[in-house]
Design a protein. Structure first.
Lengths: 259, 259
DNA sequence: TTGTTAAACTGGTATGACCAGTTGACCATC
DNA sequence: GATGGTCAACTGGTCATACCAGTTTAACAA
């Protein structure tokens, strides 16, 4: 019996959700003025407090700009939002994963991971080496349970970012992890190869132990290539298969440049 | 006469500011229960709506967890917050820059920039090449105005991230830019050398024009080293100079508990 | 043209009430 | 002793109604 906590959403959460979807999926172009708070209350049938809480959050997320007395307008989230928004961008309305966004996540991951490993090797404490060993040992023990491996791999990288003593990496990792967990189930086959490459994880841990920054970075880079290759293939396959179904769905500003 | 828009803060902004500072700067440890909303109203002398708006934002930022009926408690922001928080972490209470955080930003920047340049070279459109040329030309024209160069450099990187067609990089760049602009004035001497290396920017733009991903990446990596070297020197100088003033300020938990 | 004024917006703050979920102490039951 | 029910006292969530404060517009005066 697999039970999980029931989802509970407050009104302001629902309002936030609804408005952010409208903005992110392009139904409200940047510059568009939002209805006034009182008008939103009428439309959404909620009290003004709920609307204001949602608007404040949208403002913090960089999706809208609120001006006392002067109305509220939609911003261009690509220029003002930050990494938090990835979770929302990762899924279409129908719940399927946006592979373009997924590719972005994988590319960023591939760029950061080697540097995280490098810094971790240079700055790790003795105790952290032991913790890494424990995680790698646990991975070896659960070699055939992909789901468990995925959790352990996340733990592995979490540890490395802590070792790196780089707060920017830690925070970025938190954000990426949320996105990552969202598409985890959808991409098990893509990540399977990477997760099973226990030797690579071991090489990283070993390099960290000997304070070999370059070695750790190279091993991490090699490990990342599994997932990167997988997502690229998936993307290529999907693009050729959907080109005939829906052509020109995205505003493709003349991208034939790859001749 | 240099005038700028006057800062205007709403009550909920002030409450958010105050509570987030308390949490981020460690006066409220993770797990600590927050006073109830009504109690906060009494202490802060504001109405409950203002408090609730602030709490909702803190929750979204990953600093607290709110539970209907069950109270509100402080989270460990290093595990739950995302990149937005960098702006707040970058400064101590007294307004001086936290160089450890600044170093983190520079390291992340150095890891991402080469990959951004690489992808930009592979995916840029013809029009974007022209835009890059314009920015580089503008930089050449303002070669002696460091402040103008800084703005143009940001514009240069903004363009590259757009060229890279990687939404994760774009969003991360937005967040980093905020942090970056915060310490801009404090770090002009650190960045001066990098900003004046016009030849490097030109090399990147050229590589992007010829779709030379590797070349663009290498040029970007070389460019980043200016700033990285600068911040490292600054940090080393400052650490040796303050070691006698305040020793052991950081909680160095020599973690070898698993012996 | 310029500056003033007033009305009609907008968002911001305040209050008091009530709804809804959680907690813990108490107590009956088994 | 463990289980489950009840109730009171919390907690956060929702609501309606004021009124304050800043912006925009247009009419109007100098």
């Amino acid at each position: 019996m697999r039970l999980k906590p029931v989802a509970r959403k407050s009104l302001s959460d629902a309002v936030f959700e609804q408005l952010s979807q409208e903005i992110v999926h392009g139904r409200m172009r940047p510059g568009t003025p939002l209805p006034s708070e009182r008008a939103l209350c009428d439309v959404l049938r909620v009290n003004r407090g709920a609307v204001r809480e949602a608007l404040k959050r949208l403002s913090q997320a960089g999706l809208i700009a609120i001006q006392h007395g002067g109305g509220t307008r939609v911003l261009d989230f690509k220029q003002t939002a930050s990494l938090d928004l990835l979770n929302r961008l990762l899924f279409h309305h129908d719940g399927t994963v946006d592979l373009r966004v997924a590719r972005s996540v994988m590319e960023m991951r591939a760029a950061m991971a080697p540097d995280i490993a490098r810094l971790a090797a240079l700055r790790r404490s003795p105790g952290q080496v032991l913790q890494l060993d424990e995680v790698v040992a646990a991975m070896a023990a659960q070699e055939h349970d992909l789901l468990a491996l995925q959790v352990l791999a996340l733990q592995f990288w979490d540890l490395l970012t802590v070792c790196s003593e780089n707060i920017a990496y830690q925070l970025a990792f938190n954000g990426l992890r949320h996105s990552y967990e969202g598409m985890r189930e959808a991409l098990v086959e893509v990540m399977g190869e990477e997760l099973r490459d226990l030797a690579a994880y071991r090489r990283i841990a070993e390099a960290v132990r000997r304070r070999d920054g370059e070695g750790a970075g190279q091993s991490a880079q090699a490990l990342m290539q599994h997932g990167s290759r997988g997502i690229l293939q998936l993307l290529a396959a999907l693009e050729t298969s959907t080109d005939q179904q829906e052509e020109g769905e995205e505003d493709e500003d003349d991208d034939d440049p790859r001749t």
